[in-house]
Design a binder for this molecule. Sequence first.
Ligand SMILES: CSCC[C@H](N)C(=O)N[C@@H](C)C(=O)N[C@@H](C)C(=O)O
Length: 349
Amino acid sequence: MTQLEQMRLALTGAGLEGAWISDPAHIRLLSGFTSGADAKLLLTPGGVTLYTDARYEVQAGEETRLPTFIARPPETLEHAAAQVAGLRLGFEAEHLTVAALDELRGAWPDTTLQPLGPLLRELRMVKTAVEIEAIRDAQTLADQVFAEVRPLIRAGVRELDIAIEIETRLRRAGATVAFDVIVASGPRGAMPHGVASARIIGDGELVTVDMGARLRGYNSDMTRTVAVGEPGEELRRVYRAVLEAEEAAVAAVRPGVRAADLDTLARDLLTGHGLGEAFAHSLGHGIGLNVHEGPGLRKVSEDVLRSGMVITIEPGAYLPGVGGVRIEDLVLVTDEGYEVLSHSEKERL
Ligand SMILES: CSCC[C@H](N)C(=O)N[C@@H](C)C(=O)N[C@@H](C)C(=O)O
């Protein structure tokens, strides 16, 4: 079943007759059109229409087989009005602005608009074979680039220059960065999202590199913490504790496991090392068209792992004024348990 067919089934199950899709990731998922920021997708019992404007006419013709209507608002909404009159239509409450919703209500007075709820999140959580292949290929490329750039991570080099090398190499290979490359050295390692700065890496420091490739619309995500020279015993101790938590959480991945329990497993291990407070974020997240999507691997998550999900496992410990460690693998949940998709070498300190 295609994702569009799955979406139709889910809409019926939710008592909806159609949907007005505005999130670019969902437009891509359901239509194949890659410039969703300048498009909308209308699903009605009568069919599906992709709305975009003249700048994308040729591109839409190449990327989607769905009927396409070339227009800009308000013509777009006027064209859709005839199709949506009298319908109960879903919209993405997480994406549509209040102003855009008001505009829809003004243009379609006879349409009942209601939030889609978790329907699309659910649909996206379990990946198709094609999606898994794209994520796998993105990670293979990221591993390759990391191996090429690894020798540059040494004392005297600016964080920025490492990030530039990573980005340039990903671009040359036909991908883009999934997010701004994080290169956090020395005390900057205490910032979980310390994007590369002009800081010069020093001897005896740990350097956290968090990078992802985006290929064919799908993202990868991996973190390695690298030792430059000989870090002191305190940093080594923190590194070993994070690695232990990471490996234990990966080993526990299998269908049926509660995402919240995985978070607890890693958090309890770090707490045992006196680092519970230093683990300042969730254990991980699902990944696909967005870097962060369901399932959420956090304490309050209701998600349960299923075969076909692609998740990250990334415990960390952040010590202000000292530094930090994060180790992250990209993991596919399989019928048998798991497959680690990220293969970059890890330090053994
Ligand atoms: C700005 S994208 C950063 C990607 C990075 N690899 C990452 O996922 N970092 C985690 C620490 C993170 O942001 N986790 C989220 C899900 C959280 O804990 O809320």
